[in-house]
Ligand binder design. Structure first.
Ligand SMILES: NC(=O)c1ccc[n+]([C@@H]2O[C@H](COP(=O)([O-])OP(=O)(O)OC[C@H]3O[C@@H](n4cnc5c(N)ncnc54)[C@H](OP(=O)(O)O)[C@@H]3O)[C@@H](O)[C@H]2O)c1
Length: 170
């Protein structure tokens, strides 16, 4: 099973406020949908709640929480990364880690690939909380040129955007 992570970040690596996303780039959202459709998607409780506790359709949604009594209607619950991955393993193909910051940080140690959207904007959290994408170190990751943009894609909503795919170095 390939474990892939997917996120979108602003020019400073910002992911969101912890409870919300702070931009609207519909074409990137469509890209997220195209990439993940049909596959299991693992997310932290924070991201699940930022999505309004609504499962992403057409995908097995797995929500990570340490709360043993947490109920996520339309999703399955995993109480550790290992448990979430074990639930995902019942499906074939790729398993996607879809955030947020806390879960990406942990899954950086085990992911096989990273599909990262850069947005040409600096989001304004208005002094409020902010969560950031993990650092991608050259030591561990190489860019897969065949699955990466060389230029910006046209502006969609708030920003131009481009996708870079990283694969773990052997
Ligand atoms: N830009 C993007 O592409 C993107 C993608 C996804 C999310 N986001 C943004 O990211 C923010 C949410 O990120 P976040 O870091 O605050 O939260 P998060 O990573 O989504 O969720 C954190 C929660 O997940 C649970 N968790 C984490 N590790 C666990 C483990 N090993 N075992 C069991 N449970 C575990 C814990 O829930 P409990 O506290 O219940 O135990 C923890 O509080 C939102 O603003 C969202 O919009 C952005």
């Amino acid at each position: 099973m390939t474990i892939a992570m997917i996120w979108a970040q602003d020019a400073n690596g910002l992911l969101g406020t912890g409870t919300d996303m702070v931009w609207n780039v519909p074409d990137d959202f469509q890209h997220f949908k195209n990439e993940t459709m049909g596959n299991p998607v693992i997310m932290g409780r924070g991201s699940w709640e930022a999505l309004g506790c609504k499962p992403l359709p057409g995908r097995k949604n797995i929500v990570m929480t340490e709360q043993l009594d947490y109920v996520a209607p339309g999703a399955e619950v995993g109480h550790s990364l290992e448990e979430a991955l074990a639930i995902a393993r019942w499906s074939s193909g790729k398993t996607w880690i879809a955030g947020g910051a806390n879960v990406y940080e942990q899954a950086m140690l085990i992911a096989d690939e990273l599909v990262v959207t850069d947005l040409e904007l600096e989001a304004d959290t208005q002094g409020g909380p902010a969560v950031y994408a993990p650092k991608i170190l050259d030591k561990y990751w190489r860019v897969d040129e065949s699955r990466s943009d060389t230029d910006w894609r046209p502006k969609s909503g708030d920003a131009r955007w481009r996708v870079t795919t990283y694969v773990r170095k052997k």
